[in-house]
Design a protein around this ligand. Sequence first.
Ligand SMILES: [Zn+2]
Length: 247
Amino acid sequence: MAALCGYCKKEPTIEAHIIPKAVVRGFRQRGPDRKTMAIFPERAVVSNIQNGIFDPNILCQTCDGKIGQADRWFVEHLDTFHEVARDRQAYEIAKVAIDTRAAIQFAVSVIYRASLSKLHHFDDVSLGPYLMRAGEIALASDHADFDEPIVMINTLISDAYDTRQFVFYPVRCRGKGGTYFVFTASGVQFLVKFGGNRNVIDQGSNFTQLLRLHTDSVASVCIYPFEDSAEAQFLSRAGRLRGPQRY
Ligand SMILES: [Zn+2]
């Protein structure tokens, strides 16, 4: 028997991507030698993933289609983040002319899908009591307001790597402020946090306040060196980050 949709619980599921298929496809078109890198926590798996990860047991066609609106928004705007980051110094904060509401919706929808998934890759990605609220945000209509989740965006830059080649699937992180989730799509890193301490990262509360997206705020991103990111540390430990052109 086919599984029922994790959101509406009414319709049978279809194959749904965790990170939009178009992110992976668009990235592959940038060069024939490029591969999507994915990291997963704990099991320390580092994979080259050509077509992304999909799960046939999380969402029905209707619900996946609604989430697809947020996916399309990101695919259409991902270059905007990199244009803003060009010629800027690391750790600079930049204002980005994007639909903040759509950014929140996209970030939450990726974590929501990973949380619904029973694939072993996402074993530690669980929204627990916030799962239903995350689903409402991910599938919300155009006029809904989201004040609850904390969402921050960093654009990863590097002299040595084309950061757009990196897709990192969601991982759970723990800081003094509690649990949050991080994923990176084409070099744009999203942090999502529900509940608990309002600071996502532990230092520099002014900084985190500035970067936190509200539906009524102007979006700001931190230009962040890839080499300083948790993803780079993970790849280094796994012996997969020894120099450019390694992939
Ligand atoms: Zn559904």
